[in-house]
Design a protein around this ligand. Structure first.
Ligand SMILES: [Fe+2]
Ligand SMILES: [Fe+2]
Length: 270
């Protein structure tokens, strides 16, 4: 567990009017683009460019993971005037070709993270889809049938991907980008019977071991907008249906600001 207490992420509206002192991230997940979505998301993505320095997409970008849907999303994202970083969700895997969705989006300039990382204006972003398995004492254990063990191993593999991505980052500020929830707090509101399918405490473990300033995820459409990890890192559920329900009349984006850190000093050899 961390003992240092970095300045946390804050709601971007709380720090205006000094936007130059911060880096702002607009996040949304679960946009579930279909062929009928053409023309419906450009306004939202244009707003992201006005409100933030980057747009973060937390999976379930498409509804069935088809190439057609991915092309629709790529066209809509042309309205975003800022860098776009994404992870895939379970829906993006439904057609069995997530690499096709990734390729179409990357051709459109989106950085799709699957256990990788990138840096936006000095802030490191580590991302992976995540997986299910449950939280705390409700976590499924790797015991018994081979199928159960494979299921649990999938969650462990996703947690290890997040850990490896965080370990590579050398930036003073870090964001973890997920589709599945790493804590139970942000799935509250969903039927308890399906909590185990909405995320996994295994995804929280890397966030306890590496400094992280904010976590974004989606997937739990009826969850809770905000929670915290065991060590106090803010966790934002940015599933679009949840944002629409809890912030009626506002853009379905969660905009969070992190302090803009000065560029690291060059080390001059004596
Ligand atoms: Fe979704
Ligand atoms: Fe999902």
């Amino acid at each position: 567990m961390r003992t240092d207490a970095p300045l946390r992420a804050v709601e971007a509206s709380a720090i205006e009017p000094a936007p130059g002192a911060v880096v702002r991230f607009a996040a949304v997940g679960d946009i579930h683009v279909t062929r009928a979505s053409a023309g419906t998301l450009r306004g939202l993505f244009a707003q992201a460019g006005e409100l933030a320095d980057a747009l973060l997409l937390c999976g379930d970008l498409t509804d069935y993971g088809t190439a057609e849907e991915a092309h629709v999303l790529a066209d809509e994202l042309a309205a975003a005037s800022v860098p776009v970083v994404a992870v895939l969700g379970n829906h993006d895997h439904e057609a069995g070709t997530p690499e096709v969705v990734t390729g179409i989006l990357e051709d459109a300039g989106v950085r799709v993270l699957d256990g990788g990382s990138c840096v936006i204006e000095g802030v490191g972003i580590a991302g992976t889809k995540g997986f299910a398995g449950g939280f705390g004492r409700g976590s499924l254990g790797a015991w018994g049938e081979a199928g159960i063990k494979r299921f649990v191993q999938e969650a462990r593999d996703e947690a290890m991907k997040l850990e490896a991505a965080l370990a590579k980052l050398r930036t003073p500020r870090r964001i973890a980008l997920l589709h599945y929830a790493p804590v139970a707090a942000t799935v509250q509101g969903e039927p308890p019977e399906i909590f185990a399918f909405l995320g996994s405490s295994r995804l929280e473990e890397p966030i306890l071991r590496y400094p992280v300033d904010a976590v974004f995820h989606g997937h739990a459409h009826r969850g809770t907008p905000e929670g915290r990890t065991l060590n106090g890192v803010p966790v934002y559920n940015v599933a679009r249906p949840l944002l629409q329900r809890t912030r009626p009349g506002e853009p379905s984006l969660r905009v969070i600001a992190l302090p803009r850190e000065p560029a690291p000093q060059e080390t001059v050899a004596a």
